[in-house]
Design a protein. Structure first.
Length: 240
């Protein structure tokens, strides 16, 4: 929702305020329950450390705690970005730089599970016009979902990120060689209030879809190049 001349808000200030409050309430309802659980878990771990009982925190538990915290932070940040944006704000964006930034941000999480991330740049025009923040946080969320799907000891875990383009469009595919998307989830991957975390479903994918709507683009699951794994394709307008 955008402002009119001299800051006038179409439809009246009351309607705009109601929409913004509804958006805040929606995000709060999604992250609130998870926030309480994460804070309670962190508090319990800190109490053990404070009591000198850190030896009771097994390496497996610590790894799980870090993984779940990374997951929550990603969802929380994406939710904040969605609240702050009632429309996309296009600006010139370098695709290679943005992709490299997202990959580097996710490397610590990937490294804990020995995951190799392989970007392949197949696009021809690097400078596009889009909302940098929304596209970046969407790619981060998809990379994090892929890393989580690979956690658990799979041999040679790998995430492939590929870029391609065509007149007016940029496409980014993120594919992993994990267990793939369960058949019973394929029809509801992007539904709101679906907190099933298998194969990266839940709050993050719902908000990624909403981010793509703001960008005038799309996100969908596509068949992976391999027999196993999951692959998601983000498409955004690239006009400059």
């Amino acid at each position: 929702m955008s402002e009119g001349p001299a800051g006038e808000i179409p439809g009246g200030g009351d309607a705009w305020a109601a929409d913004r409050l509804a958006a805040v309430a929606y995000i709060a309802s999604l992250v609130g329950h998870e926030a309480r659980n994460q804070l309670a878990t962190l508090r319990a771990a800190l109490e053990l450390i404070d009591a000198g009982l850190e030896a009771n925190l097994s390496p497996e538990y610590r790894a799980t705690l870090l993984r779940e915290l990374d997951q929550f932070i990603g969802d929380f940040n994406l939710g904040l970005d969605m609240i702050r944006c009632d429309r996309a704000v296009p600006e010139p964006v370098g695709v290679r730089e943005l992709v490299a930034e997202a990959v580097e941000a996710i490397r610590p999480l990937a490294a804990r599970s020995g995951i190799r991330i392989e970007p392949t740049f197949g696009h021809r025009i690097d400078l596009i016009r889009t909302d940098r923040r929304l596209l970046r946080v969407t790619l981060l969320n998809l990379l994090r979902n892929a890393a989580e799907a690979l956690a658990g000891g799979k041999a040679a875990p790998r995430i492939n990120l590929r870029t391609t383009d065509e007149p007016g469009w940029l496409h980014v595919e993120i594919e992993d060689n994990g267990p793939g998307v369960p058949a019973d989830m394929r029809e509801r991957l992007f539904l709101r209030l679906d907190h099933d975390r298998r194969a990266g479903a839940g709050l993050g994918l719902s908000l990624c879809r909403d981010a793509m709507v703001l960008l005038g683009g799309s996100i969908r699951q596509v068949n992976p190049a391999r027999r196993r794994g999951a692959c998601f394709r983000v498409s955004v307008p690239s006009g400059i």
